[in-house]
Design a protein. Sequence first.
Length: 290
Amino acid sequence: MKIYFNGKLVERQEARVSVFDHGLLYGDGVFEGIRSYNCLVFMLKEHIDRLYASAQAIWLKIPISKEDMIKAIISTLKANKLRDAYIRVVVTRGEGDLGLDPRKCSHPTTFIITDKIVLYPRQLYAKGLNIVTVPTRRNIPEAINPQIKSLNYLNNILAKIEAITFNVEEALMLNSEGFVSECTGDNIFMIKDDCLITPPTTAGVLAGITRRVVMEIAPKLKLKIRESLLTRYDLYNANELFLTGTAAEIIPVVTIDSRVINDGKPGAKTLSFMSEFHKLTKIKGVKYAL
Ligand code: PMP
């Protein structure tokens, strides 16, 4: 397996970061998770824009241009002969000393891993997920803004641990005010009557790229779009619920906190979103040839 590492394609064993890298010592860095489908990197420009926006927000200058980052991603996919892949792009603050001061880190570390990912077993897409609301709250935007896709995922990992202890696959986090935010690696949507509803990014959620695609599909399914603050009560009384994310794509939710949604079956509109989404994975993005 070839890894892009600071400008070069190297073997996996050679792709090593320093124990002094602040990405490791402090979670000081940013990342993206991207997918390619049949030699098309889905929504690549949007992911690159978000990566650079995350970096800008943490005062990190990515050493290469957006165009070169796109080239680096494509050459890594080609070097690994991957048509369908999960792509992880990571930029850390780089090697520094044991203090926090980012000015001591003279050069960011950049690496790109291209591999496969299976987030949920296939049958869960047909059966739907059970999720629970967990005690851990989403970071407040005034601390680490959840719009920054940083290497600091401990907030989400704590929520995931709670989901695991409840014996379910995914955790729903509320924000500090008790409104619905998002799951540990996915945005959440509900359908009520003729409306598709999701929390606004100001509720403390990542501006998901899949979220954006789903909102583009909604008018085609004759649904109005609303971004509004939601409570657990709203979710319990939804007609349909689903999660969205690059790795998970669109996955139905059939119970939340043991409240059964749509008689415990994935909703018809959710299934339509899933099939429209798969059509878009064939056209929206940047193509490459192996
Ligand atoms: N929220 C969080 C916390 C995430 O980590 C992710 C996926 N990386 C998402 C939402 C979904 O975002 P996207 O659709 O861009 O993958």
